[in-house]
Design a protein around this ligand. Structure first.
Ligand code: BEZ
Ligand code: FE
Length: 287
């Protein structure tokens, strides 16, 4: 193990981890070393660039806190989160496609009755959200838990504004697998870009925006929990989502409605929008 050169060093390091405690650790360590070495050979960083790279990763770690996960944001902005998501959700045809989870989910969210307004007092265009949850055979799932969360009409989540929780809630589907609730129309928004990931995007000549969307997490017994969004057709960022999360099957349009009787029988005195989307869950994988 002496006189290693630019090429021979790789096999030497790969060999050094051959005694890893299990096959998986060995495989991951060896692939990591091979790819990292090839990356360095391709890029040939100067000593200064290497130090800048270390500094970037250090700042990324330092930016992390209870309410900020800059490493996940980095993974999102480099398309790694979507790659991991795609590899882990090779679902049967017909099942709703998945997309990134994002940092704005809150464990401690409120459970609402069907038809409730989850954004009472929040300014914005009234939005009626409805849909069904079915299994892959087409049977409605009663009692599925439907979590939804989204931004306000300026592109901010409640947790970013530091006020009470809003624009998020949990529902249970009825006997027909249906759910429905009122909220306000969200907007496209930038991912948190006041840290190293924001600086990286700027240096890469990229904008920080995600297209308008509503998040869903849907869980039911014997089904794989679905984490996804519904995107809105016509958004200017659909084709350049900073986290690469858009899938055609998840894009739909609002139906514009004039004041009057809404689909839930409520009399609405303002123009409002309807977002209707039917979800299909995948059966839980048996390990
Ligand atoms: C979101 O949609 O909430 C999100 C996803 C990835 C990074 C930042 C935000
Ligand atoms: Fe989001």
């Amino acid at each position: 193990m002496r006189d290693l050169n630019e090429i021979t060093i790789t096999d030497e390091v790969v060999g050094a981890v051959a005694g890893g405690s299990n096959d998986r650790i060995r495989r991951i360590s060896q692939a990591l070393i091979r790819h990292l070495h090839n990356f360095v050979r391709e890029v040939e960083p100067s000593q200064k660039e290497w130090e800048q790279g270390i500094d970037f990763l250090t700042q990324t770690g330092q930016m992390c806190s209870d309410v900020r996960q800059e490493f996940i944001l980095l993974s999102d902005a480099l398309g790694v989160s979507m790659l991991v998501d795609t590899i882990n959700h090779r679902h049967p045809d017909g099942a709703t496609e998945t997309t990134v989870f994002g940092p704005f989910f809150v464990e401690d969210r409120q459970e609402f009755a069907l038809g409730a307004n989850i954004s009472e007092g929040v300014p914005g265009v009234p939005l009626f959200v409805s849909g069904t949850v079915k299994d892959i055979a087409g049977s409605p799932i009663e009692g599925a838990t439907v979590d939804s969360w989204h931004s306000d009409d300026e592109g901010f989540y409640d947790v970013q504004k530091g006020h009470d929780l809003a624009m998020r809630g949990r529902f249970n589907t009825d006997a027909g697998g249906r759910f429905w609730f009122w909220t306000v129309r969200p907007k496209f928004y930038p991912i948190p870009n006041d840290g190293p990931v924001g600086k990286m995007l700027e240096a890469q000549g990229r904008h920080p925006f995600r297209p308008e969307h509503v998040h869903f997490m849907i869980a039911a017994p014997d089904q794989e929990t679905l984490v996804t969004h519904v995107f809105i057709d016509g958004d200017p960022y659909l084709d350049t989502d900073v986290v690469f999360g858009v899938k055609n099957s998840l894009v739909t349009g609002y139906r514009s409605c004039t004041p009057g009787i809404a689909p839930d029988g409520k009399n609405v005195d303002l123009p409002y929008l309807v977002l209707d989307y039917d979800f299909v869950l995948s059966p839980e994988k048996i390990p």
